[in-house]
Design a protein around this ligand. Structure first.
Ligand SMILES: Cc1cc2nc3c(=O)[nH]c(=O)nc-3n(C[C@H](O)[C@H](O)[C@H](O)COP(=O)(O)OP(=O)(O)OC[C@H]3O[C@@H](n4cnc5c(N)ncnc54)[C@H](O)[C@@H]3O)c2cc1C
Length: 262
């Protein structure tokens, strides 16, 4: 699997993206015209530190429209259809284009993926998996050779079939998607993809990359029902946080002076 950030590069992010987000944030509180703010941010009259400080505060406060003004485009290669089906469920602020199984003819057979757990399973199980996948691809070729259109022959493809996509997401969408997909509850393959995506954004901007994190990190607690047992230690589960808070509130009430009698 590969995920390569094809746009923007580091120079564009530093020179324009951070000033653009700063302009969106600052416009809300300034008498200056947005283009004046942008110019001052780009030419350095407003220091990058000051820009980052405001942007950090605004993102933390959840004023998300300010970070919809910048987009990141990734070339995603060699992921399974299992992954792509999950990925394209994201709807807001993100665009996808995916390799077509109608128009691409897989003359040498489609490339497929072998999950680690199956690779390490009993040899007999692994062999049966591989022969099922290979059998499906062989039948695909036979169907196409018999004149069946690719758009129908592809019905035999397994979820293991690899695919390529272009994904463009604005920063708000990217943070939201990363929040869900970097979570330890996410499926391993899509989690791996978002680790690569985070790495790519980090390479052009450690500042913006730092906002791509499991959703529990900015929240301060985990809201996943599947983690009520607290097996993931990144943040405490919200049930535990609320229980601790209720306990503290009880203590405060018990210790507070009684209201004076009339
Ligand atoms: C761990 C995990 C397990 C999952 N398991 C399943 C599963 O078993 N079955 C399944 O079908 N899916 C599953 N999903 C997919 C999940 O239900 C979502 O469809 C997917 O994560 C997209 O999330 P989203 O809707 O928040 O994001 P996006 O579509 O990217 O939307 C971003 C945000 O915009 C807002 N928004 C977008 N569209 C609308 C709208 N139409 N109306 C109102 N607000 C909107 C919402 O606030 C939303 O959170 C799973 C996802 C995860 C992370």
């Amino acid at each position: 699997m590969r995920a390569k950030l094809v746009f923007p590069n580091r120079e564009i992010v530093e020179r324009y993206y951070v000033p653009l987000i700063y302009t969106a944030c600052r416009t809300c509180y300034s008498e200056l015209a947005p283009d004046d703010i942008f110019e001052r941010a780009v030419d350095g009259r407003i220091s990058p530190e000051k820009q980052r400080e405001l942007i950090g505060r605004v993102i933390e406060s959840g004023h998300g429209s300010t970070i919809e003004h910048v987009v990141f485009t990734f070339a995603i290669t060699g992921v399974s259809r299992t992954l792509s089906h999950q990925l394209v469920r994201h709807r807001a602020g993100v665009a996808f284009d995916q390799q077509s199984q109608r128009y691409v003819s897989y003359k040498k057979g489609a490339s497929t993926m072998l999950p680690q757990t199956i690779a390490e399973a009993e040899p007999d199980l692994r062999e049966r998996y591989e022969s099922q996948v290979e059998g499906a691809l062989e039948l695909y070729t036979e169907l196409v050779d018999a004149g069946i259109p690719g758009e129908d022959a592809r019905f035999i493809f397994p979820n293991a079939t690899r695919t390529n996509l272009v994904m463009t997401a604005n920063l708000r969408a990217l943070i939201h998607m990363s929040g869900l997909r970097l979570c330890t509850m996410a499926q391993w393959e899509i989690r791996r993809l978002f680790q690569l995506i985070r790495h790519e954004v980090f390479a052009v901007s450690p500042f913006l990359g730092s906002f791509l994190a499991p959703k529990c990190v900015p929240l301060g607690y985990c809201d996943e029902a599947g983690n009520r047992d607290g097996h993931c230690p990144i943040r405490p589960h919200k049930d535990d946080v609320l229980a601790a808070w209720a306990e503290k509130a009880k203590g405060v009430r018990a210790g507070s002076p009684k209201p004076a009698a009339d």
